[in-house]
Design a protein around this ligand. Structure first.
Ligand code: ARG
Ligand code: ZN
Length: 881
């Protein structure tokens, strides 16, 4: 466990202190003797002193929770006075310039509840080494700039563990005494140890193949627990699609003869890109129509692709140090987004990404954990696998592609691979490759890597009727509540809407009008752009496609927004204008709630919603997104002090008022979108289900018995999880006997199916029903609840603490106490997951005095806990600082 000794505060590590290692490791030979009580790890490392390291410098290896049994150099036992084995290191005095270091250690995977290093899940052995888990397996230079070739022997009982996997190619298998067997795996590609993986267990394989563009046949294997073998088809198809796409889009071909994916039930994160042997949270592999929703299918497609894309962006070219994490994560998220956009609807994909960015990353950027996409320091690296590093990191890559164009970006990527294949590099190396390949200057742009917070862009338009010219002035300002900061290079995509629709644009320096979008580059504090031949005062469509991760401030009337909502040719911007309008309406309603005024839903807004419902240009998914009101967390971000109860009341009111006003068209939509046959996972069908379930949500909110019956019937009759889950969610919000019987039926049918049961917990945790807290308290004691399983812990507590603003932040503080209790209970076993959960308290300063007081008290209670992990300690200390 990663806890500090009493009295020694964990020390931060700084980016500026990076030093190359004194020694490196070229070859690694490992032998694992897997056992029920302990596992023995034999390691032989070919170590070499770096040429500029002074002779005699000690070799300091990382190690954690290892019981050292033997240490030898070049086959000779090392005398006791030549080494020191401490709690986190093995130091060898003056080991020589080049030698083989052999260690033998014992570890206890069955007790490893942190799920970092070698651990057990459902009786199988598996590993998770990123970021610093390999040191919990053997003594090593556990840092990504040490890259070695690995040969790995796995030995285990044959009956219990018939399948033995590691990275690379299986080169030998055989029988051993006592019912044991072994397999040897060689990985020809040098890799950092965080990409090491091993799996041993009773697993079944769903296999397939892929023929690369150079004609090599790659064997594809998806390994799952026996019961899940009928849920792998979508993952395999996604993998094949991703492999083809990376060849077509980036010219990247897979490099080994086999690619394996293993699904495990206990996993701290989403998935891991270990070379040739990805290990996945089962949630991102397993799908069958009756167990997985349309969104689950999408999630699988994108995570499978993400991990596959890491083979080039992360594995072949890796990070020099962990401060560079966004080098591989921001870039790989960006790549998986491009892929998802190509596979489905680009607008729907973009809207989903921006919604998540604004809800989660903007919140992180304005709270105590705010950090640049390339952090300057950390105490626990696992705490920096954040939405900032990943999602804002992807936005930063996306801006460079916007500036360079698709072809220029591709040229830059090609140069990046040409220069750095086989190396561990920095974000600056990546930017230099893009700049050099295109002969452009990305120096100012590089500030996005050190900038903290969400920048503000202010826009103002002036129409000169006599000159028929429209001047758009853009100004950049530091994030709210922060001052100073250097000027950024910001691409702002702009269009103009005239009375008859989008205008062909001509900037004053251009000779002829063309196209309806311009990417304006703002590099100064403020700059004006003049558009010519503008027939009448236009409405500006700003930040099309969300061209930069900024907050936009611009004065626009509700009528302007309604016009954009109806006529902007950019589908993203149409949605965005509608959300802005909805946000205003809801914030005004919240004000009315607080002032005790009577509530009435804006008529113009209702009319705009009605138009969307009937608009032929929108597909069902876009309609559903456009007609979903902004969530309470997003609304709270717009307030000086989050008005928890008023926001909730306002949103609940608006949902019902909209449902009442649109009752007939919604009912017509619901009827017209009834399924015509068995479930199919295809675009038109997904669109149909999205729209139908949106309509159902509004209708059930009216609380009329006939409408509730629609949900009951859908719940009972549907052949797929998308429709049953949607119906169940409505019934849970509604409450009453229909809720209880639906929950009981769902539980009876699915309680042996962990991923589906997670939904049962999560739906109850995010409910808007006023009794939610009491139910969540009871669920935390339910026999099927298991705090130690990360998916289950997240499904109840993560959903409640991070997604249910109204119930978590109850005035009486009981929501806060519940989550704090569970953080304290979980921390001694799994600090990584506990640290994610405790982040629910990060925004505490944004609430009223009573709620601040309540959250602060919980944070202080956690901080006072003796033996708190450094993971949770870092989050809590930053929150209280
Ligand atoms: N590299 C993994 C990914 O694909 C994430 C691993 C994170 N692991 C951790 N312990 N923080 O994004
Ligand atoms: Zn990743």
């Amino acid at each position: 466990m990663t806890e500090a000794k009493p009295g020694t505060a964990p020390q931060p590590i700084f980016r500026k202190d990076y030093r190359r290692p004194d020694y490196t490791i070229d070859r690694v030979d490992l032998r694992f003797e897997l056992g029920e009580n302990f596992t023995t790890v034999h390691a032989s490392l070919a170590v070499r002193r770096m040429h500029d390291t002074p002779a005699g410098a000690p070799l300091v290896l990382d190690g954690e929770n290892l019981v050292l049994k033997r240490v030898a150099i070049d086959g000779r036992e090392l005398p006791a006075d030549h080494y020191v084995a401490g709690p986190t290191s093995l130091t060898i005095a003056d080991p020589g310039a080049a030698f083989t270091l052999t260690t033998v250690v014992e570890i206890r995977p069955q007790d490893n509840l942190e799920l970092s290093g070698l651990y057990r899940s459902s009786g199988n052995f598996c590993t998770q080494c990123e970021a610093e888990g390999f040191r919990r397996i053997t003594y090593f230079l556990d840092r990504p700039d040490v890259m070695a070739r690995y040969s790995v022997v796995v030995e285990a009982d044959r009956a219990r563990y018939p399948v033995l996997l590691a990275n690379g190619n299986r080169v030998e298998t055989g029988e051993l005494d006592g019912g044991r067997h072994f397999a040897r795996w060689d990985d020809p590609f040098p890799k950092p140890c965080y990409l090491f993986a091993l799996v041993a267990g009773d697993l079944r394989c769903h296999d397939g193949e892929f023929v690369t563009r150079s004609g090599r046949t790659v064997r594809l294997e998806i390994w799952v627990e026996p019961d899940n073998i009928d849920r792998c088809a979508h993952a395999l198809r996604s993998l094949q699609a991703a492999m083809r796409w990376d060849e077509d889009t980036f010219g990247r071909e897979y490099d080994l003869d086999i690619y394996m994916i293993v699904a495990v039930s206990d996993f701290n994160m989403g998935a891991m890109e270990n070379k040739g042997l990805n290990i996945f949270n089962a949630k991102y592999v397993l799908a069958r129509p009756d167990t997985a929703t349309d969104d689950d299918y999408d999630g699988i497609e994108s995570v499978i692709a993400h991990e596959y894309f890491h083979n080039w962006t992360g594995n072949r070219v890796t990070c020099r140090d962990w401060f560079q994490l966004t080098l591989k994560e921001g870039l790989t998220v960006f790549r998986d987004r491009l892929f998802s956009a190509d596979m489905g609807s680009p607008a729907v994909a973009r809207i989903g990404d921006v919604l998540a960015l604004r809800t989660n990353q903007f919140a992180e950027d304005s709270g105590p954990m705010a950090h640049p996409i390339r952090p300057e320091s950390y105490i626990e690296m696992n705490n920096f696998y954040t939405t900032t590093v990943y999602e804002k990191g992807a936005e930063v890559i996306g801006m460079m592609r916007t500036l360079l164009g698709a072809a220029g970006f591709r040229r830059g990527m090609d140069l990046y691979f040409e220069r750095h294949d086989g190396q561990a590099v920095t974000c600056d190396d990546f930017r230099a490759a893009l700049a050099d390949a295109n002969g452009v200057d990305l120096e100012q742009f590089g500030r996005w890597y050190s900038q903290v917070g969400t920048p503000v862009v202010r826009a103002r338009g002036d129409y000169d009727a006599a000159a028929r010219a429209y001047t758009l002035t853009l100004e950049q300002a530091p994030p709210r509540g922060r001052d100073g900061g250097e000027l950024l290079h910001i691409p702002v995509a702009v269009g103009l809407l005239g009375p008859d629709g989008p205008l062909a644009l001509r900037l004053s320096e251009e000779t002829a009008a063309s196209g309806d979008t311009r990417v304006l580059e703002l590099r100064e504090r403020s700059r004006s752009f003049r558009f010519e031949d503008v027939p009448a005062a236009p409405v500006a469509s700003l930040l099309r496609g969300f061209s930069a991760p900024v907050e936009l401030e611009v004065e626009r009337s509700d009528a302007d927004l309604a016009r954009l909502m109806a006529a902007d040719p950019d589908e993203f911007s149409r949605w965005d204008a509608g959300q802005e309008l909805a946000r205003r309406v809801l914030l005004r309603l919240a004000g009315d709630v607080e002032a005790g005024r009577e509530l009435a839903l804006d008529r113009e807004f209702v009319a705009a919603c009605a138009r969307i419902l009937g608009d032929e240009r929108f597909d069902g998914s876009l309609k559903a997104l456009a007609l979903t009101l902004p969530n309470e967390r997003l609304l709270g971000q717009q307030q000086q002090v989050v008005a928890v109860d008023a926001l909730h009341a306002a949103r609940q009111f608006a949902v019902r008022a909209l449902a009442r006003a649109l009752r007939e068209p919604l009912l017509a939509v619901y009827k017209a979108t009834a399924p015509q046959g068995p479930y199919r996972i295809e675009r038109a069908e997904v669109d149909r289900r999205k729209l139908r379930n949106l309509a159902l949500g509004y209708l059930v909110a009216l609380g009329e018995p006939d409408l509730i019956r629609l949900a009951v019937e859908q719940f009972e009759l549907s052949d797929n999880m998308t429709d049953s889950e949607a119906a169940l969610a409505c019934l849970i919000d509604h409450g009453g006997p229909e809720r209880d019987s639906a929950l009981a039926r769902f539980h009876a049918r699915w309680h042996k199916d962990p991923l589906v049961l997670d939904k049962w917990f999560a739906l109850q945790a995010v409910s808007t029903h006023p009794d939610t807290l009491d139910r969540v308290l009871a669920l935390a004691d339910h026999p099927d609840f298991n705090l130690l399983n990360p998916n289950r812990a997240r499904s109840l507590l993560g959903a409640f603490g991070l997604r249910n603003q109204h119930q978590f932040h109850r005035q009486d503080g009981r929501g806060h106490a519940l989550v704090a209790d569970k953080v304290l209970a979980l921390d001694p076993h799994n600090p990584q997951v506990a640290a994610r959960l405790v982040a629910a308290f990060n925004p505490w300063r944004r609430f009223d005095a009573a709620r601040q007081q309540s959250m602060r008290a919980q944070l202080e209670r956690i901080a006072a806990q003796p033996g708190l992990s450094k993971s949770v300690r870092e989050i809590v200390d930053r929150a209280l600082a």
